[in-house]
Design a protein around this ligand. Structure first.
Ligand code: PMP
Length: 359
């Protein structure tokens, strides 16, 4: 009785987590250097932790169904009115909501490849026809002409900038070209936008075919609380709200995200550290034989790995260092890993472990 489409769908692969290192190698969670999930290694500031503590005292109550406080702060942060902002339980729920609003069975959707695997998973659940538009031939950058040829008749084009896992951003003017040419909607995933310092949210006002999704999980260090949002035309936001589960953002998540948005200068300081660490990692890793890092605008790096080092992820894991094996990702050729930028101490552990496993 279960829908037949599910027999073709593999669930989302979250990669390895500290609990896996504990199970496989007996390494206690606290001893693991986790650079596998693109999280922010720094905790939120004290005011956010206090807001969380205060909200714990009210967990017997539902959150405000209109999430007015959080929407107000997001409006201030983005410079856009609350009518253009929809919330979700992480940007993952927003992706699901967007698919529910726009995608019918057999609709064509186009997804740049390689990219975040959830777009395809959600498209499959909606029984859409998926066109993967490869970027490998173009050094993982988008070729707009090629994309638009392949994306003809698409109900939605999925883009991600900075793109997970490549770390690359859309080129100047590319999004405008795509928006002008697209027959359907364009979804731009900006989960990592703050690390690149560029965003397309201001284009939403003049482009009714654009939806931009954002996350509180990365720059704002709130991955465990699951808060995301998107910027879109008011009519789209209204429908997104219809398909969202009521109260899907918890009261603790709302309180934390609201407080975090009041601490932008704190997060900007952390970003300075992470960006300079990212450049340090690129430089050091590029000197390790067999490893070829790509330039990145996000808080992670994609690294091509010589085939002789294809067990690198497991070797690092046995030493308590977690990075993401992205070798099997469609649109990538051969072994690759993705490394999240950690604290300076974590990055030193990573570098010395990389030296050991490659020597
Ligand atoms: N988009 C991209 C590109 C991501 O990498 C992630 C997290 N891995 C998400 C969206 C989802 O993030 P969240 O649901 O935590 O907001």
């Amino acid at each position: 009785l279960q829908r037949s489409v599910l027999t073709y769908i593999e669930g989302y692969d979250p990669g390895i987590f500290p609990q896996d290192a504990e199970e496989r190698y007996g390494i206690a969670g606290g001893q693991v250097t986790n650079l596998a999930s693109n999280e922010n290694p720094y905790k939120p500031p004290g005011s956010v932790l206090e807001a969380i503590e205060t909200s714990i005292g009210q967990v017997n109550r539902y959150p405000d169904p209109g999430y007015r406080e959080l929407k107000g702060e997001l409006s201030r942060y983005t410079g856009l009115p609350p009518e253009n902002i929809a919330l979700g339980n992480g940007s993952t729920e927003i992706l699901d909501m967007v698919c529910k609003v726009f995608i019918d069975p057999f609709d064509r959707i186009s997804i740049i490849s390689p990219s975040y695997t959830m777009y395809a998973l959600m498209g499959m659940i909606r029984e859409s026809t998926i066109e993967f538009v490869e970027t490998r031939e173009n050094g993982y950058r988008i070729d707009v002409d090629f994309l638009m040829k392949r994306a003809r008749d698409s109900k939605m084009i999925f883009l991600c900038s900075p793109n997970n896992p490549t770390g690359m951003v859309l080129g100047d003017g590319q999004l405008e070209e795509i928006l002008a040419d697209a027959e359907g909607m364009v979804l731009l995933d900006e989960a990592y936008a703050e690390f690149a310092g560029i965003s397309a949210i201001d284009l939403v006002a003049d482009h009714p075919n654009l939806v931009v999704t954002r996350s509180m999980s990365k720059f704002f260090s709130l991955a465990g609380l699951r808060v995301g949002y998107c910027i879109a035309g008011a009519d789209i936001v209204e429908n997104l709200e219809k398909v969202r589960q009521p109260f899907s953002i918890s009261s603790i998540g709302e309180a934390a995200a609201t407080a975090a948005l009041r601490e932008v200068p704190y997060y900007e300081k952390m970003r300075e550290v992470l960006l300079s660490e990212r450049e340090h990692l690129v430089e050091k890793i590029s000197r390790i034989p067999g490893l070829y890092p790509y330039p990145s605008r996000a808080n992670f790096l994609m690294v091509r790995v010589d085939p002789g080092l294809s067990d690198i992820v497991e070797s690092l894991m046995s030493m308590g260092v977690l990075v993401r094996d992205i070798g099997g990702l469609s649109g990538l050729d051969g072994p690759h890993i993705r490394i999240t930028v950690g604290t300076p101490g974590e990055n030193e552990i990573l570098l010395s472990s990389l030296e050991k496993v490659t020597s």
